[in-house]
Design a protein around this ligand. Structure first.
Ligand SMILES: Nc1ncnc2c1ncn2[C@@H]1O[C@H](COP(=O)(O)OP(=O)(O)OP(=O)(O)O)[C@@H](O)[C@H]1O
Ligand SMILES: [Mg+2]
Length: 250
């Protein structure tokens, strides 16, 4: 039997993290199987971004273990660079390289980190730009694109590394409302294709449509871990009921 079928894509075991006196991640234990789409919800300051950032080691943890496909997160060096390409991250601010064209933004990682030839990287990049609907913008610079277009380029750039997992931290929060759905549509299609995704978002429509699982955090702890239907129709905790009434109540 192939081990990778049973080894979780992401596993966190008794993960603890403090910022000074603040216990920002409190004994987090979760397993995320390959292909699962997890939406992380919770009030501001509950630790959602910190959770994501620990998974690709933008933030170190105090104790516990984080594994990607069974392998402990590397602390530094080449292994860390490889981890960062296996575990892509898409942020609220698109973080494209301002002085590179759209096409160069997407080919850079594969040529520099994955050592793919320029020709192959460009071919793949053009396919990805087509897929996210920004082929026409390929020779422009990020500042010449709308926010929605830039975020779709950021997703293409992440996909260019052929990641095993993509973490999304509020990918649509900085966008004008009319651009939100074009980015969510790309994410829904990725989800349907079987990408393993951890998504922090306030887009409840996306959560209902695309999530396999909802993790609700409050004060650095996982308070609920369930399927979307159960979470939205019958939240168990007072914290989750309160959160839902605020977010859905207007
Ligand atoms: N680098 C840091 N140093 C100190 N405290 C931090 C740091 N980063 C985050 N925090 C604190 O840790 C807590 C959790 O922050 P985090 O950004 O993970 O929350 P969040 O759930 O993503 O919130 P939001 O919904 O507002 O993005 C907050 O109280 C925050 O102020
Ligand atoms: Mg956050």
């Amino acid at each position: 039997m192939n081990d990778s079928n049973v080894t979780p894509m992401i596993s966190m075991t008794h993960v603890q993290k403090h910022y000074g006196d603040l216990h920002v991640l409190q004994d987090i234990t979760i397993e995320i199987p390959r292909g699962q789409v997890v939406v992380v919800l919770g009030p501001s300051g509950s630790g959602k971004s910190t959770l994501c950032r620990t998974i690709n080691r933008l933030e170190p943890i105090d104790s516990g273990e984080i594994r990607i496909e069974g392998e402990l997160l590397p602390a530094e060096g080449k292994d860390l660079a490889r981890l960062r390409s296996d575990v892509g991250m898409v942020f609220q601010s698109f973080n494209l390289f301002a002085h590179k064209t759209i096409l160069q933004n997407v080919t850079m990682g594969p040529t520099k980190v994955r050592k793919v030839s320029s020709a192959d990287a460009e071919k793949h990049a053009l396919e990805l730009l087509d897929r996210v609907g920004v082929t026409k913008q390929k020779d422009k610079y990020p500042a010449q694109l709308s926010g929605g277009q830039q975020q779709r380029v950021a997703i293409a750039r992440s996909l260019a590394m052929d990641p095993k997992v993509i973490l999304f931290d509020e990918p649509t929060s900085a966008l004008d409302p009319e651009m939100v759905s074009e980015v969510l549509d790309v994410m829904v299609s990725l989800a349907r294709e079987g990408m393993t995704m951890v998504v922090v978002t306030h887009e409840m429509g996306f959560a209902r449509k695309a999530a396999d699982r909802i993790i609700f955090m409050a004060d650095g702890a996982i308070v609920e871990d369930t399927d979307p239907e159960s979470f939205f129709t019958a939240p168990k905790s007072e914290r989750a009921r309160d959160f839902l009434s605020k977010i859905l109540g207007h």
